[in-house]
Design a protein around this ligand. Structure first.
Ligand code: S3P
Length: 169
């Protein structure tokens, strides 16, 4: 299996989809935010607070270099801004999880742990700013994706199946 890289906006469901792909395929998986938190021994939120966004983006680039050189046969879920690393396409097949901003916003705010979900995402604190970021990024996500999956109103089981079918084609 070629690496699969899951990209998409914060809250679109990359984590839940990754867990379901693992369940259905038995593949090995990692998450770029988890790798960064291990490297730094602190949460993404703390890294943003203590070092600023530029520092975090540099860490993403370092992780991307390592992924391209050393990681194979793996499902890689990413933070919402990871897709901007210059070598993304060298890492594997890029799968975009797509939904409208309103769908994503509802998904986050209606979650039982909504407060925590928003708190841990420094770029999701203001709805207005998050929407502007979504609008700025959406065309760029589309441009870099090899496969686009519309996740609106689909159960994770169906999304995971669709990903596995499309990457095998
Ligand atoms: C970010 C998304 C976050 C995390 C960081 C920055 C972004 O990951 O990497 O807060 O720039 O969109 P999720 O997409 O998992 O929320």
């Amino acid at each position: 299996m070629q690496n699969i890289i899951l990209i998409g906006f914060m809250g679109v469901g990359k984590g839940s989809v990754a867990r379901e792909v693992i369940k259905q395929s038995g593949c090995i998986a990692l998450d770029t935010d988890d790798v960064i938190e291990s490297m730094e021994n602190r949460a993404v939120k703390k890294i943003f607070e203590e070092e600023g966004e530029a520092y975090f983006r540099d860490l993403e680039k370092r992780v991307a270099t390592w992924l391209a050189a050393s990681v194979h046969d793996t499902l890689i879920s990413t933070g919402g801004g990871f897709f901007k690393v210059p070598n993304l396409k060298e890492i594997g097949k890029v799968v975009l999880l797509h939904a409208s901003f309103e769908t994503i916003y509802e998904r986050i705010t209606e979650h039982p742990n909504a407060k925590q979900k928003i708190k841990k995402r420094p770029l999701f604190k203001s709805k207005k700013k998050a929407r502007a970021l979504y609008e700025e990024r959406e065309p760029a996500y589309m441009a870099v994706a090899d496969i686009v999956i519309d996740v609106t109103d689909k159960p994770v089981e169906a999304i995971a199946r669709e990903i596995l079918e499309k990457v095998a084609q």
